[in-house]
Design a protein around this ligand. Structure first.
Ligand code: 4NP
Length: 157
């Protein structure tokens, strides 16, 4: 393993999916006593929610599983700094992936979140739960957890 892995989770608004991914992955890394080996962050490609805490439904879902994401604040992806600072840039869906490529992110630094979800034969999107019902967040939580577990295995090897 290199000295430190730098992992950036990216969605559109940075209030629903990527803050949850960030919280779940940090929790997993902490449980494995690997916090010193990782720098983890999240951001959005859009700027609508910059400075805001995660969506209350993401906070509530994380809290149900013992994860506190209340201290996170939304920020926008900055190609001028994030491409250099993060070796692993993880978009939640194909649209985020396209946007990151358009912003100059090298393909070699990008991997779709659910390419690490071992329950899938090929990667699918993490669906945006923003406009759906509350159960969408629980489904997303489980997709993200499986993906975070796969991501950690891939980085530990
Ligand atoms: P996220 O969800 O990308 O998972 O944070 C969204 C939240 C807000 C908006 C879009 C997606 N929005 O358009 O405000």
């Amino acid at each position: 393993m290199p000295d430190q892995h730098t992992v950036l989770f990216v969605c559109l608004g940075n209030i629903c999916r990527s803050p949850l991914a960030h919280g779940i992955f940090q929790h997993l890394v902490n449980q494995h006593n690997l916090a010193h080996k990782f720098h983890i962050d999240s951001c959005g490609t859009g700027a609508w929610h910059v400075g805001n805490p995660p969506d209350p439904r993401s906070i509530q879902t994380a809290s149900l599983y013992g994860i506190d994401i209340t201290n996170q604040r939304a920020r926008q992806f900055d190609p001028n700094t994030d491409i250099e600072r993060f070796t692993h840039i993880i978009p939640m869906d194909q649209s985020n992936h396209r946007d990151l490529l358009d912003l100059g992110t090298p393909k070699s630094q990008l991997a779709l979140m659910r390419s690490f979800d071992a329950s899938l034969p090929k990667p699918q999107d993490v669906p945006d739960p923003y406009y759906g019902g509350d159960d969408g967040f629980d489904k997303v939580y489980h997709m993200l957890t499986r993906s975070c577990e796969g991501l950690l295995v891939s980085l530990k090897d």
